[in-house]
Design a protein around this ligand. Sequence first.
Ligand SMILES: Nc1ncnc2c1ncn2[C@@H]1O[C@H](COP(=O)(O)OP(=O)(O)OP(=O)(O)O)[C@@H](O)[C@H]1O
Ligand SMILES: [Mg+2]
Length: 314
Amino acid sequence: MEVAISVRNVSKVYSNNIRALSKVSFDVYKSEIFTLLGPNGAGKTTLIRIIIGQLEPSEGEVYVLGVSGRDFLKSDVRLKVSYVPQENIIWRNLTVEENLYLIGSMYKIPRRVLKEKVKELLIDFELFEVRKRLAHKLSGGMERKLSIAMALINDPEILILDEPTAGLDPRARASMIASIEKLKKLGKTILLTTHIVEEAERLSDRVAIINYGKIIDIDAPSNLKTKTCGIEVLELLFKELNNEILSKVTSTIHEKNIARAGDKIVIKENNFNEVIENIRSNEYLSSKILALSVRKSNLEDAFLFLTGRFLRGE
Ligand SMILES: Nc1ncnc2c1ncn2[C@@H]1O[C@H](COP(=O)(O)OP(=O)(O)OP(=O)(O)O)[C@@H](O)[C@H]1O
Ligand SMILES: [Mg+2]
Protein backbone atom coordinates (compact mmCIF):
# COMPACT_ATOMS: atom_id res chain seq x y z
CA MET A 1 0.00 0.00 0.00
CA GLU A 2 1.22 3.48 -0.84
CA VAL A 3 1.89 5.78 2.07
CA ALA A 4 0.31 9.26 2.03
CA ILE A 5 1.39 10.52 5.47
CA SER A 6 4.18 9.12 7.57
CA VAL A 7 4.69 10.10 11.21
CA ARG A 8 8.01 8.93 12.65
CA ASN A 9 8.77 9.00 16.34
CA VAL A 10 7.17 12.40 16.88
CA SER A 11 7.21 14.05 20.30
CA LYS A 12 6.09 17.53 21.23
CA VAL A 13 6.83 19.40 24.41
CA TYR A 14 5.30 22.88 24.50
CA SER A 15 7.27 25.79 25.96
CA ASN A 16 5.31 25.52 29.23
CA ASN A 17 6.74 21.99 29.54
CA ILE A 18 3.48 20.28 28.66
CA ARG A 19 4.30 17.07 26.86
CA ALA A 20 1.54 16.81 24.25
CA LEU A 21 2.98 13.91 22.22
CA SER A 22 5.35 11.06 23.03
CA LYS A 23 7.10 9.11 20.29
CA VAL A 24 4.13 8.82 17.95
CA SER A 25 4.62 6.74 14.79
CA PHE A 26 2.19 5.59 12.12
CA ASP A 27 1.54 5.66 8.38
CA VAL A 28 -1.66 6.75 6.69
CA TYR A 29 -2.16 4.89 3.41
CA LYS A 30 -3.49 6.45 0.25
CA SER A 31 -7.30 6.37 -0.08
CA GLU A 32 -7.99 5.25 3.46
CA ILE A 33 -9.85 6.99 6.26
CA PHE A 34 -7.52 7.05 9.22
CA THR A 35 -8.89 8.33 12.51
CA LEU A 36 -7.16 9.64 15.61
CA LEU A 37 -9.57 8.75 18.42
CA GLY A 38 -8.86 10.25 21.80
CA PRO A 39 -10.32 12.39 24.59
CA ASN A 40 -9.86 16.14 25.07
CA GLY A 41 -6.21 17.01 25.45
CA ALA A 42 -4.96 13.72 24.00
CA GLY A 43 -2.74 15.55 21.49
CA LYS A 44 -4.81 15.15 18.30
CA THR A 45 -4.71 18.78 17.16
CA THR A 46 -1.04 19.10 18.07
CA LEU A 47 -0.23 16.11 15.89
CA ILE A 48 -2.25 17.42 12.96
CA ARG A 49 -0.62 20.84 13.17
CA ILE A 50 2.78 19.16 13.07
CA ILE A 51 1.74 17.13 10.01
CA ILE A 52 0.75 20.24 8.06
CA GLY A 53 3.86 22.17 9.07
CA GLN A 54 2.21 24.68 11.42
CA LEU A 55 4.15 23.37 14.41
CA GLU A 56 7.61 21.90 14.72
CA PRO A 57 8.00 18.61 16.53
CA SER A 58 10.43 18.53 19.46
CA GLU A 59 11.64 15.21 18.13
CA GLY A 60 10.90 12.99 15.14
CA GLU A 61 9.80 13.68 11.60
CA VAL A 62 6.69 13.72 9.42
CA TYR A 63 6.40 13.17 5.67
CA VAL A 64 3.41 14.13 3.55
CA LEU A 65 3.43 12.58 0.08
CA GLY A 66 7.14 12.01 0.62
CA VAL A 67 7.97 15.61 1.57
CA SER A 68 9.44 16.26 5.02
CA GLY A 69 7.47 18.46 7.41
CA ARG A 70 10.35 20.95 7.38
CA ASP A 71 9.85 21.57 3.65
CA PHE A 72 6.09 21.13 3.50
CA LEU A 73 5.07 24.79 3.46
CA LYS A 74 7.73 25.60 0.85
CA SER A 75 6.68 22.77 -1.42
CA ASP A 76 3.86 22.37 -3.94
CA VAL A 77 2.72 19.32 -2.02
CA ARG A 78 0.94 21.70 0.36
CA LEU A 79 -1.53 22.40 -2.48
CA LYS A 80 -2.52 18.72 -2.51
CA VAL A 81 -3.46 18.77 1.14
CA SER A 82 -6.43 20.57 2.67
CA TYR A 83 -6.88 21.09 6.37
CA VAL A 84 -10.09 21.98 8.16
CA PRO A 85 -9.28 23.13 11.69
CA GLN A 86 -11.42 22.55 14.75
CA GLU A 87 -12.91 26.05 14.39
CA ASN A 88 -14.68 27.04 11.17
CA ILE A 89 -12.83 29.57 9.06
CA ILE A 90 -15.38 31.27 6.86
CA TRP A 91 -16.20 34.83 5.86
CA ARG A 92 -19.40 35.48 7.75
CA ASN A 93 -20.44 38.57 5.82
CA LEU A 94 -20.24 36.74 2.50
CA THR A 95 -22.82 34.32 1.16
CA VAL A 96 -22.22 30.59 1.05
CA GLU A 97 -21.37 30.62 -2.63
CA GLU A 98 -19.23 33.76 -2.34
CA ASN A 99 -17.13 31.96 0.27
CA LEU A 100 -16.55 29.13 -2.21
CA TYR A 101 -15.72 31.51 -5.07
CA LEU A 102 -13.34 33.45 -2.85
CA ILE A 103 -11.33 30.42 -1.86
CA GLY A 104 -11.43 29.12 -5.45
CA SER A 105 -9.98 32.37 -6.76
CA MET A 106 -7.16 32.12 -4.20
CA TYR A 107 -6.25 28.84 -5.82
CA LYS A 108 -6.48 30.57 -9.23
CA ILE A 109 -9.02 28.08 -10.52
CA PRO A 110 -10.30 29.26 -13.95
CA ARG A 111 -13.77 30.80 -13.68
CA ARG A 112 -15.59 28.21 -15.80
CA VAL A 113 -14.08 25.25 -13.93
CA LEU A 114 -14.73 27.00 -10.64
CA LYS A 115 -18.40 27.55 -11.45
CA GLU A 116 -18.88 23.83 -12.02
CA LYS A 117 -16.90 22.93 -8.91
CA VAL A 118 -18.87 25.33 -6.70
CA LYS A 119 -22.15 23.87 -7.95
CA GLU A 120 -20.95 20.30 -7.37
CA LEU A 121 -19.81 21.10 -3.81
CA LEU A 122 -23.04 22.96 -2.99
CA ILE A 123 -25.02 19.90 -4.04
CA ASP A 124 -22.72 17.33 -2.39
CA PHE A 125 -22.83 19.17 0.92
CA GLU A 126 -26.57 19.93 0.78
CA LEU A 127 -25.90 23.68 0.65
CA PHE A 128 -27.44 24.45 -2.73
CA GLU A 129 -30.69 25.74 -1.23
CA VAL A 130 -28.82 28.16 1.03
CA ARG A 131 -26.17 29.27 -1.48
CA LYS A 132 -27.36 32.92 -1.37
CA ARG A 133 -27.56 33.04 2.42
CA LEU A 134 -25.00 35.05 4.39
CA ALA A 135 -22.65 32.69 6.21
CA HIS A 136 -23.40 34.25 9.60
CA LYS A 137 -26.99 33.07 9.22
CA LEU A 138 -26.08 29.39 8.80
CA SER A 139 -26.72 26.69 11.38
CA GLY A 140 -23.68 25.08 13.03
CA GLY A 141 -23.96 22.02 10.81
CA MET A 142 -24.19 24.10 7.62
CA GLU A 143 -21.21 26.20 8.71
CA ARG A 144 -19.14 23.09 9.29
CA LYS A 145 -20.12 21.72 5.89
CA LEU A 146 -19.23 24.98 4.19
CA SER A 147 -15.78 24.85 5.83
CA ILE A 148 -15.20 21.36 4.46
CA ALA A 149 -16.60 22.23 1.03
CA MET A 150 -14.15 25.16 0.90
CA ALA A 151 -11.28 22.81 1.71
CA LEU A 152 -12.26 20.68 -1.29
CA ILE A 153 -12.38 23.46 -3.87
CA ASN A 154 -8.94 22.58 -5.28
CA ASP A 155 -9.63 18.84 -5.29
CA PRO A 156 -6.93 17.92 -2.76
CA GLU A 157 -5.53 14.40 -2.56
CA ILE A 158 -5.44 14.48 1.21
CA LEU A 159 -8.08 15.95 3.47
CA ILE A 160 -7.35 16.52 7.14
CA LEU A 161 -10.40 17.14 9.30
CA ASP A 162 -10.04 18.10 12.95
CA GLU A 163 -13.27 17.05 14.68
CA PRO A 164 -15.56 17.47 11.67
CA THR A 165 -18.71 16.75 13.70
CA ALA A 166 -17.91 18.62 16.92
CA GLY A 167 -20.91 20.55 18.18
CA LEU A 168 -23.33 19.12 15.62
CA ASP A 169 -26.73 17.69 16.52
CA PRO A 170 -27.43 14.04 15.59
CA ARG A 171 -29.07 14.90 12.27
CA ALA A 172 -26.29 17.23 11.16
CA ARG A 173 -23.74 14.67 12.33
CA ALA A 174 -25.34 11.90 10.25
CA SER A 175 -25.37 14.16 7.22
CA MET A 176 -21.69 15.06 7.75
CA ILE A 177 -20.79 11.39 8.05
CA ALA A 178 -22.56 10.68 4.76
CA SER A 179 -20.59 13.50 3.11
CA ILE A 180 -17.30 12.10 4.38
CA GLU A 181 -18.27 8.64 3.12
CA LYS A 182 -18.84 10.15 -0.32
CA LEU A 183 -15.34 11.64 -0.26
CA LYS A 184 -13.86 8.27 0.53
CA LYS A 185 -15.63 6.81 -2.50
CA LEU A 186 -13.83 9.43 -4.60
CA GLY A 187 -10.54 7.96 -3.43
CA LYS A 188 -9.47 10.80 -1.12
CA THR A 189 -7.09 10.08 1.69
CA ILE A 190 -8.73 11.33 4.86
CA LEU A 191 -7.13 11.87 8.24
CA LEU A 192 -9.66 12.82 10.86
CA THR A 193 -9.83 13.28 14.58
CA THR A 194 -12.74 12.64 16.85
CA HIS A 195 -13.61 11.70 20.37
CA ILE A 196 -16.90 10.19 19.22
CA VAL A 197 -16.54 6.46 19.14
CA GLU A 198 -19.51 5.59 16.90
CA GLU A 199 -18.21 7.96 14.27
CA ALA A 200 -14.71 6.46 14.32
CA GLU A 201 -16.20 3.00 14.07
CA ARG A 202 -18.52 3.86 11.22
CA LEU A 203 -16.08 5.79 9.03
CA SER A 204 -12.59 4.51 9.57
CA ASP A 205 -10.53 1.93 7.77
CA ARG A 206 -8.12 2.19 10.67
CA VAL A 207 -8.23 3.90 14.03
CA ALA A 208 -5.32 5.05 16.17
CA ILE A 209 -6.31 5.26 19.82
CA ILE A 210 -4.45 8.17 21.39
CA ASN A 211 -4.37 8.97 25.08
CA TYR A 212 -2.10 11.43 26.92
CA GLY A 213 -0.03 11.92 23.76
CA LYS A 214 0.67 8.26 23.19
CA ILE A 215 -0.69 5.92 20.55
CA ILE A 216 -2.10 2.96 22.43
CA ASP A 217 -3.03 0.83 19.42
CA ILE A 218 -3.76 1.10 15.71
CA ASP A 219 -6.01 -1.27 13.83
CA ALA A 220 -9.26 -1.70 11.92
CA PRO A 221 -12.22 -0.96 14.24
CA SER A 222 -13.44 -4.57 14.13
CA ASN A 223 -9.99 -5.90 15.08
CA LEU A 224 -9.62 -3.37 17.89
CA LYS A 225 -12.94 -4.47 19.33
CA THR A 226 -12.48 -8.21 19.17
CA LYS A 227 -8.85 -8.40 20.17
CA THR A 228 -9.40 -6.09 23.11
CA CYS A 229 -12.82 -7.18 24.37
CA GLY A 230 -13.88 -10.36 22.59
CA ILE A 231 -17.18 -10.54 20.71
CA GLU A 232 -19.53 -9.83 23.61
CA VAL A 233 -19.39 -7.87 26.84
CA LEU A 234 -21.66 -7.54 29.84
CA GLU A 235 -22.63 -3.94 30.56
CA LEU A 236 -24.05 -2.94 33.92
CA LEU A 237 -25.41 0.49 34.71
CA PHE A 238 -25.90 1.45 38.34
CA LYS A 239 -27.58 4.28 40.15
CA GLU A 240 -24.55 5.94 41.77
CA LEU A 241 -21.90 3.29 41.34
CA ASN A 242 -19.70 3.23 44.45
CA ASN A 243 -16.81 1.11 45.69
CA GLU A 244 -19.09 -1.17 47.67
CA ILE A 245 -21.14 -2.04 44.61
CA LEU A 246 -18.01 -2.38 42.51
CA SER A 247 -16.36 -4.86 44.84
CA LYS A 248 -19.59 -6.86 45.36
CA VAL A 249 -20.10 -7.22 41.62
CA THR A 250 -16.52 -7.89 40.60
CA SER A 251 -15.02 -9.82 43.53
CA THR A 252 -14.64 -13.03 41.51
CA ILE A 253 -13.52 -11.39 38.26
CA HIS A 254 -9.94 -10.74 37.22
CA GLU A 255 -9.11 -7.04 37.25
CA LYS A 256 -8.04 -7.03 33.61
CA ASN A 257 -11.55 -8.07 32.56
CA ILE A 258 -13.28 -5.10 34.22
CA ALA A 259 -13.52 -1.52 33.03
CA ARG A 260 -15.45 1.30 34.60
CA ALA A 261 -16.75 4.52 33.12
CA GLY A 262 -18.77 6.66 35.49
CA ASP A 263 -21.73 4.62 36.73
CA LYS A 264 -21.12 1.89 34.17
CA ILE A 265 -19.17 -1.34 34.53
CA VAL A 266 -18.12 -3.33 31.47
CA ILE A 267 -17.03 -6.94 31.91
CA LYS A 268 -15.38 -9.08 29.26
CA GLU A 269 -14.30 -12.69 28.85
CA ASN A 270 -16.18 -14.04 31.80
CA ASN A 271 -19.08 -16.23 32.76
CA PHE A 272 -21.70 -13.50 32.38
CA ASN A 273 -24.50 -15.67 33.78
CA GLU A 274 -22.62 -16.08 37.03
CA VAL A 275 -22.28 -12.28 37.41
CA ILE A 276 -25.94 -11.71 36.53
CA GLU A 277 -27.05 -14.40 39.00
CA ASN A 278 -24.91 -12.81 41.69
CA ILE A 279 -26.62 -9.44 41.14
CA ARG A 280 -30.13 -10.93 41.01
CA SER A 281 -29.68 -12.84 44.23
CA ASN A 282 -28.37 -9.81 46.11
CA GLU A 283 -31.08 -7.45 47.33
CA TYR A 284 -28.78 -4.44 47.65
CA LEU A 285 -27.31 -4.85 44.16
CA SER A 286 -30.74 -5.49 42.64
CA SER A 287 -32.01 -2.26 44.12
CA LYS A 288 -29.09 -0.30 42.64
CA ILE A 289 -28.93 -1.66 39.12
CA LEU A 290 -30.62 0.38 36.36
CA ALA A 291 -29.73 -1.64 33.26
CA LEU A 292 -28.00 -4.86 32.42
CA SER A 293 -27.18 -6.20 28.99
CA VAL A 294 -25.00 -8.72 27.24
CA ARG A 295 -24.20 -7.04 23.95
CA LYS A 296 -21.67 -6.97 21.15
CA SER A 297 -18.46 -5.19 22.06
CA ASN A 298 -17.91 -1.77 20.50
CA LEU A 299 -15.03 0.60 20.03
CA GLU A 300 -15.89 2.47 23.20
CA ASP A 301 -15.28 -0.74 25.18
CA ALA A 302 -11.97 -1.18 23.36
CA PHE A 303 -11.07 2.39 24.28
CA LEU A 304 -12.00 1.85 27.93
CA PHE A 305 -9.93 -1.30 28.23
CA LEU A 306 -6.98 -0.04 26.19
CA THR A 307 -6.61 3.24 28.03
CA GLY A 308 -6.13 1.35 31.22
CA ARG A 309 -9.27 2.36 33.03
CA PHE A 310 -9.48 -0.84 35.01
CA LEU A 311 -10.93 1.15 37.81
CA ARG A 312 -11.48 -1.33 40.57
CA GLY A 313 -11.56 0.68 43.77
CA GLU A 314 -11.28 4.01 42.01
N1 LIG B 1 -0.14 26.21 22.24
C1 LIG B 1 -0.06 25.42 23.30
N2 LIG B 1 0.76 25.73 24.33
C2 LIG B 1 0.85 24.92 25.41
N3 LIG B 1 0.16 23.79 25.58
C3 LIG B 1 -0.68 23.43 24.60
C4 LIG B 1 -0.85 24.22 23.42
N4 LIG B 1 -1.75 23.61 22.62
C5 LIG B 1 -2.13 22.50 23.25
N5 LIG B 1 -1.50 22.37 24.45
C6 LIG B 1 -1.64 21.26 25.42
O1 LIG B 1 -1.23 20.06 24.76
C7 LIG B 1 -2.09 18.99 25.09
C8 LIG B 1 -2.72 18.42 23.84
O2 LIG B 1 -3.60 19.38 23.29
P1 LIG B 1 -4.34 19.19 21.90
O3 LIG B 1 -5.07 20.45 21.59
O4 LIG B 1 -3.37 18.69 20.90
O5 LIG B 1 -5.37 18.01 22.27
P2 LIG B 1 -6.63 17.47 21.46
O6 LIG B 1 -6.54 15.98 21.50
O7 LIG B 1 -6.72 18.12 20.15
O8 LIG B 1 -7.85 17.91 22.40
P3 LIG B 1 -9.37 18.35 22.00
O9 LIG B 1 -10.13 17.06 21.81
O10 LIG B 1 -9.82 19.07 23.23
O11 LIG B 1 -9.31 19.21 20.78
C9 LIG B 1 -3.09 19.54 26.10
O12 LIG B 1 -2.61 19.24 27.38
C10 LIG B 1 -3.07 21.03 25.82
O13 LIG B 1 -3.38 21.75 26.98
MG1 LIG C 1 -8.16 19.23 19.25
